[in-house]
Design a protein around this ligand. Structure first.
Ligand code: GLY
Length: 337
């Protein structure tokens, strides 16, 4: 009798809310959202969903800032950053400054599943990828070459150097240190009209959580530059006992605050996803009021939210959400603050 009473109570008032599957991604990258959700719906794992969504963006060159042919660095080369995190095992695979391989998220997953390491970088990451069967090819396109040529014609302006002087009469490098150090007044992303990282969070009905990112970084970056996207806790973070988050924006600034880790820890402590996202943005804003960036968050029950910093280039942030209640991924937006 007592057992029947307790069972009835638990049915009426479940103590733990069941997970509602959800896939969320940064920016209005609809095809990536659809493929990630379809992957989950057709029996794929949350890691498969994250990988397939990011991989499609790498092929489609989402926003020009994911995949090959975008964000040429000071030498005109496109390099890629990506990561994937398993929220059950806390395993991560990441690649940074990856050269000549288009499928960065695939290589990140191979780092996670085929090595005991967490992150591989540069030429060595390329060598690893080739050994794992990925094809090396030139990531340059006519578009990226044009961006680079225009920049050269404009005396290599803008760029991300500070406290240096060109070694020759030309404004371009090589550079040498200037005699004095001045405070930087960096206020915004060099290319605020461009979209940025694809970050995907996936949660399935059994409470498995994963997150991942992929980007080609920042146009005219200093060669060797790595952004926030492959940095664990900065670009993304997932913990199946708390939730997941993924960030997008000015990675050089954002990675200093580990916003994805912070948001997940706030959700663990009971914050709802929107509040967790807002707090992560506020933490950065306090030091960099004009930074360009946004974050998406989801907790273990499938509730989600997003937040962004209000700057002239970003007053509203758009992101995609897929749940069982929707026929197709839904475009959502949040007002920046
Ligand atoms: N958030 C992308 C980057 O800064 O590289």
């Amino acid at each position: 009798m007592t057992l029947l009473f307790v069972s009835t109570l638990m049915l009426l008032f479940p103590l733990v809310e069941a997970a509602r599957p959800v896939v969320i991604n940064t920016w209005p990258f609809k095809n990536a959202a659809a493929v990630a959700w379809d992957t989950l719906q057709s029996g794929g794992s949350v890691l498969d969903a994250v990988e397939k969504g990011c991989a499609l963006c790498e092929v489609e060159q989402c926003g020009g800032s994911v995949g090959y042919g975008g964000s040429p660095d000071e030498t005109g080369e496109t390099t890629l950053d990506a990561m994937i995190m398993n929220g059950d095992t806390m395993e991560v695979g990441a690649v940074a400054n990856l050269r000549r391989i288009k499928n960065a998220i695939g290589v990140a997953r191979a780092v996670m599943e085929r090595t005991e390491q967490t992150m591989l970088v540069g030429e060595s990451a390329t060598m690893f990828a080739e050994n794992m069967g990925f094809i090396a090819e030139d990531l340059t396109t006519t578009k990226s070459m044009n961006i680079f040529s225009q920049w050269l014609k404009g005396n290599c302006q803008p760029n991300y150097r500070k406290n240096v002087v060109p070694d020759s009469s030309k404004s371009c490098g090589p550079y040498k240190p200037s005699a004095t150090l001045k405070q930087s007044n960096r206020t915004q992303h060099a290319n605020p009209n461009s979209h940025d990282t694809i970050g995907i969070i996936a949660l399935d009905q059994d409470g498995h959580v994963a997150a991942g990112t992929s980007t080609n970084g920042l146009t005219h970056k200093v060669p060797g530059r790595v952004g926030d996207s492959p940095i664990i806790g900065a670009g993304a973070y997932a913990d199946s006992s708390a939730g997941a988050a993924a960030a997008t924006g000015d990675g050089d600034v954002m990675m200093r605050f580990l916003p994805s880790y912070l948001a997940v820890e706030l959700m663990r402590a009971g914050a709802d996803p929107s509040t967790a996202c807002e707090t992560a943005i506020s933490r950065i804003k306090r030091h960099y009021p004009q930074f360009f960036g946004a974050i998406i968050c989801a907790n273990t029950t499938g509730h989600y939210g997003a937040a962004c910093n209000k700057v002239p280039a970003l007053s509203q942030f758009h992101y995609m959400v897929s749940t069982s209640e929707m026929d197709t991924p839904l475009l959502k937006s949040v007002d920046c603050f």
